[in-house]
Design a binder for this molecule. Structure first.
Ligand SMILES: CC(C)(COP(=O)(O)OP(=O)(O)OC[C@H]1O[C@@H](n2cnc3c(N)ncnc32)[C@H](O)[C@@H]1OP(=O)(O)O)[C@@H](O)C(=O)NCCC(=O)NCCS
Length: 244
């Protein structure tokens, strides 16, 4: 690790500063990115922001200061895995960070979240990251950790000839994860039972450097196209799909 102070202070021991307090601004005037453990806000489109939270807290720390609606309490109680419980709570902390409360998010009968101010919201959590996308347009968001097992199941959900041929293993991992996330994101927009990932959703050929592609849904005798944007942070993929 390179010293922040330069080489001329080598050998001098510094007492490390205590870690920043949760949600406490490190420096004023630097905007939201100066707050921890809030991770980043990314402008996907002019009216669409993707907000990321990196989950580094314990379950107790994530629950601190949150007021949950009864519905959310029940949902949380039903989540068995601590990772899922953390993801659920981190989304609520992220909402508070953005000036909302848990009560500002309601759900339609299929589980699609709705935001109280009339904007569209989509939510996703995956292991160490919680993500919320807020937009004036209907959208679907999916966050996914890149894990090798996606390559084992890839033939069951995607066209591997079109998308993976000729790529290195790490490129295949990246791309198969993006394609899985695209299908989840499109599903979250449509929110309809009966959509099959391999049979109904396909993706226009793309390369990782493009940062975007188009997904196509052929379902119920209709064809719809969805512009898709994707980014990678650490070993996670984040995909936003739009209705138009
Ligand atoms: C709904 C679904 C997409 C969620 O994806 P996931 O990877 O399990 O979980 P994520 O963390 O990405 O997303 C969870 C969030 O999705 C949102 N969500 C749940 N159901 C939703 C729906 N029907 N529409 C839109 N968003 C939904 C919720 O906000 C939830 O977060 P919250 O409970 O904290 O509010 C997924 O569970 C699902 O049902 N997929 C469809 C499976 C399918 O039919 N596949 C066909 C294979 S052939």
């Amino acid at each position: 690790m390179q010293s922040f102070w330069g080489d001329d202070v080598k050998g001098i021991e510094f007492t490390p500063l205590p870690p920043p307090q949760k949600g406490f601004p490190l420096l004023s005037g630097l905007g939201e990115s100066a707050q921890m453990p809030f991770y980043e806000t990314i402008s996907i489109r002019p009216q669409t922001q993707l907000h990321l939270w990196k989950i580094e807290e314990s379950l107790e720390q994530l629950a601190e200061g949150l007021t949950l609606q009864e519905r959310s309490r029940q949902k949380l109680d039903k989540l068995k895995a601590v990772t899922h419980q953390k993801g659920f709570l981190a989304v609520r902390q992220l909402l508070v960070h953005l000036g909302f409360t848990d009560a500002d998010v309601q759900y339609d009968p299929n589980g699609k979240p709705l935001l109280s101010n009339g904007q569209h919201i989509s939510i996703s959590h995956s292991h160490d990251f919680a993500a919320v996308a807020i937009s004036n347009e209907n959208l679907g968001l999916d966050a996914e950790a890149m894990r090798p097992k996606v390559l084992h199941i890839a033939p069951r959900f995607m066209d591997i000839e079109t998308h993976l041929a000729g790529l290195t293993l790490s490129e295949q991992l990246q791309k198969a994860t993006i394609i899985w996330s695209i299908k989840e994101a499109v599903f979250k927009i449509k929110n309809e039972k009966g959509i099959s990932y391999p049979n109904h959703i396909s993706e226009h050929p793309f390369s990782f450097a493009d940062g975007k592609t188009t997904a196509r849904l052929d379902f119920n005798q209709c064809t719809e196209l969805f512009p898709v944007h994707f980014i990678q942070r650490e070993d996670y993929i984040f995909v936003c799909a739009f209705e138009s």
